[in-house]
Design a protein around this ligand. Structure first.
Ligand SMILES: Cc1ncc(COP(=O)(O)O)c(C=O)c1O
Length: 283
């Protein structure tokens, strides 16, 4: 998490310096602040600033010589009359990209609000830092003799550990080969969408439901068919024909209800009868 935050700050520094160079605020030959001074100004670590400078050096924006301050390279300033960098979406995009662009943007963060009702944030103080550090140190020291690309399905040691966990925590009986490690729920949903839906196929989504799941299936060209939710979860008495249903049975999003056993059976019966898939988001 710390690394992710550092990468994010480094990207912001890189973008800010490039903008200064393109706009002419920094001229060729100008010296940049030392990494120490820049870090203090930005409230960032020196390591982050050094990484940003090195990246700009690799891209030809800066010239870095040992023991001297970084210097702006020549030929990158914007010519007079040249249009500023466009932020409009590129033309000639695929149908997939056009569907993505048509989706509503995420809600803006409201500064200065009285109360923050955003769900899902955790207290940083609850994070088990010492245990995490011990575990990552142990893992990093166990590196193999050769460093190479891993299994695209995910580390087999992790999949074996998850198999045991899924059996203990969820009563799911599977083999590690049936587990795929993804980079967050969006990648998992995107894979499901691309493997199970063709453009124009209807998919069932809970109403109200998780908008980002709806987006993933809609981006693949699926047509959302919202089905109402009540205190027992998804109303399975009114399921329409569809290629798949995306559900949150153990903790309905956002209402929190648990799908009753009777409804689980009727959901399974619907899937069997219609040949539809059930995508369970067990967040
Ligand atoms: C219904 C639901 N699915 C998935 C997620 C996120 O999963 P991930 O952290 O893997 O992206 C969330 C929320 O935070 C959620 O509310």
């Amino acid at each position: 998490m710390v690394q992710l935050e550092q990468d994010r700050v480094a990207r912001r520094i890189i973008a800010a310096i490039k903008e200064q160079i393109h706009s002419g605020a920094y001229q060729p030959g100008d010296r940049l602040p030392s990494t120490r001074a820049f870090a203090a100004e930005w409230g960032a670590s020196r390591t982050t600033v050094t990484a940003a400078y090195n990246q700009l050096n690799a891209e030809g924006y800066l010239i870095i010589r040992h023991g001297a301050r970084a210097v702006v390279a020549a030929g990158l300033e914007r010519a007079t009359g040249e249009a500023p960098v466009s932020t409009a979406p590129p033309r000639n995009l695929s149908a997939f990209a056009r569907r993505l662009l048509a989706l509503p943007p995420p809600p803006e963060q409201q500064p200065g609000k009285v109360a923050d009702f955003r769900y899902g944030d955790l207290s940083g103080a609850d994070f088990p830092v010492p245990a995490w550090r011990r575990a990552s140190n142990k893992a990093i020291l166990r590196r193999g003799a050769r460093l190479r690309y891993g299994d695209p399905q995910g580390s087999s040691a992790l999949r074996v550990a998850l198999q045991g966990y899924l059996w203990r925590a969820r009563g799911i009986n599977c083999v590690p080969d049936q587990i795929v490690i993804v980079n967050g729920s969006q990648q998992g949903l995107d894979l499901c969408a691309r493997l199970l839906l063709d453009p124009g196929n209807p998919f069932v989504i809970e109403n109200p439901g998780y908008p980002l799941a709806r987006h993933a299936f809609a981006a693949a060209g699926g047509v959302a068919v919202p089905v109402a939710v009540d205190a027992d979860g998804l109303r399975t008495d009114a399921l329409p024909p569809a290629r798949l249903a995306c559900v949150t049975p153990s903790h309905q999003f956002p209402l929190g209800s648990v799908l009753s056993a009777t409804r689980r059976r009727s959901l399974l019966a619907w899937a069997t009868a219609t040949g539809a898939y059930i995508v369970e988001d067990d967040y």
